[in-house]
Design a protein around this ligand. Structure first.
Ligand code: SDX
Length: 429
């Protein structure tokens, strides 16, 4: 892939570095041999200018606000596809035929139950544990129950682990929710779609039948699709780094869940809705805009800004349309939180602080409004993001393992600490 090169001059010595060309996006300078040739490291703590891998799964054009999964635009997939079909696309690289899709959906459906003994794990948590804490623990514990799909060198075991993770994540997320509200666990049902099954496991109770509103199921499926994968974001990079040591798939995905929890990443959907509720009414928006712009104030507009998107996050556009549709279809009119969100977006995008810094709503800005309207507490917003992103993590994990040249990830550093010095006996300090 190197038909161009870059020249680096250090202390008068020139070093030729190959430049690799992508199918889309910026060229990359291949610095793999730099330290060996020039004895220097590169420095990029937040990976703002660093490609950590090559991939064929997802591409983001941050300037245009485009997101492609295996080349298909997210807005087309959100409108025309559904989550399990997108899972197939991300995992295997092509849209499935009807037969392939039926086989895939059947395999996933048949793996939705978790080992009965895992129920005991939940009971070790306090009832008020955040569902993300429970998910990190239970998903990591899957490696203690599914020994026959932990050998990453066995392609069949990698496939089984992939299906188990996609299939069981909704069950685990729903169980984490039920446990947190003191209600009994609800088993998955094979007669329901993936999204409807998750809604049923969350909101049904054994005492009476529960009918899943198809509007809610469709909105749920669309939210899953919009969160499926997103290049080398923090949690996906965490999964790749964990996997590079040879860790088993369940440990790697548990690491991804832990990373996603942060409010700068997947935790932003919960933080955003709590911010919108705190603002409360449109007349308080200027106060919060001023705080977000104040360098002395750590407050940031949650659900705003993105490392890659310097235009609208295409997922936020679809989510905003869905918010209007779902609230109307559910008969929820004049939702004050949605009105604050819309007015806040308008005020921010009319303010040059945000436009100059290219800060636009991201995927987390509207998702919480839909999830709240569907009946979820804010504590379930990030678990739903984790559930949705499992396919992205698994697909990227699988892609990395398939690369015969992949190595353990081991960054270096710019050391600014003490140089060598001798030990001082305590009586002399
Ligand atoms: C996700 O990477 C992914 O793909 C993630 C994700 C995915 O699908 O995996 O898209 C999901 O995590 C979406 C992002 C959710 N997080 C939030 O909504 C939290 C609020 N946003 C920010 O904290 C921030 O925008 C980040 C973390 C998302 C991006 O941070 P960057 O790229 O490191 O940018 P930065 O912090 O360097 O900010 C650049 C400037 C700074 O001002 P200056 O120092 O240049 O003067 O913009 C300012 C920041 O202070 N800024 C904000 C802001 N975000 C950035 N100011 C106010 N409010 C904000 N939200």
């Amino acid at each position: 892939m190197a038909d161009k090169s870059a020249t680096l001059t250090i202390d008068g010595t020139e070093y030729e570095l190959p430049v690799l060309s992508p199918t889309s996006g910026p060229d990359v300078i291949d610095i793999r041999k730099l330290y060996g040739q020039a004895g220097v490291f590169t420095y990029d703590p937040g990976f703002t200018s660093t490609a950590s891998c090559d991939s064929t799964i997802t591409f983001i054009d941050g300037d245009k606000g485009e997101l492609l999964h295996r080349g298909y635009p997210i807005d087309q997939l959100a409108e025309k596809s559904h989550y399990l079909e997108v899972c197939y696309l991300l995992l295997y690289g092509e849209l499935p035929t009807a037969e392939q899709l039926e086989d895939f959906e059947t395999r996933v459906t048949r793996h939705t139950m978790i080992h009965e003994q895992m129920h005991n794990f939940f009971r070790g948590f306090r009832r008020d544990a955040h569902p993300m804490a429970t998910m990190v623990g239970v998903v990591g514990a899957m490696s203690a129950f599914y020994h026959d799909s932990t050998d990453i060198n066995d392609p069949w075991q990698r496939e089984v682990a992939s299906i188990r993770l996609i299939a069981k994540m909704p069950t685990i997320a729903a169980m984490a929710y039920k446990y947190s509200i003191g209600q009994p666990f609800v088993y998955p049902r094979n007669d329901l779609s993936y999204a409807a099954n998750f809604v049923h496991m969350c909101f049904s109770v054994p005492a009476e039948p529960y009918h899943v509103d198809p509007i809610v199921a469709r909105a749920m499926d669309r939210i899953f699709t919009l969160h499926a994968d997103h290049e080398q974001n923090a949690s996906t990079s965490t999964v790749r780094l964990a996997s590079s040591s040879g860790a088993n798939p369940f440990a790697c995905i548990a690491a991804g869940i832990a990373c996603l929890w942060g409010p700068a990443h997947g935790g932003a959907n919960q933080a955003c809705l709590e911010m919108l509720r705190e603002i409360g009414t449109p007349d308080r928006i200027p106060e919060y805009i001023a705080r977000a712009k104040d360098k002395e104030d750590p407050f940031r507009l949650m659900g705003f800004g993105h490392r890659v998107y310097k235009n609208f996050d295409p997922r936020a556009k679809v989510m905003k349309q869905s918010a209007d549709e779902v609230l109307e279809l559910l008969g929820i009119e004049n939702n004050p939180t949605l009105q604050v969100a819309k007015d806040l977006e308008a005020a921010a995008l009319a303010d040059e602080y945000f436009t100059d810094k290219k800060l636009f709503p991201n995927v987390d800005f509207y998702s919480g409004i839909i999830l709240e309207a569907m009946g979820f507490p804010t504590s379930m917003f990030t678990p739903i993001f984790a559930l949705s992103r499992t396919i992205g993590w698994v697909s990227q994990w699988k892609e990395q393992l398939a690369d015969p040249h992949h190595k353990i990830g081991r960054p270096r550093q710019l050391y600014l600490g003490d140089t060598t010095r001798d030990y001082i006996e305590i009586e002399n300090r």
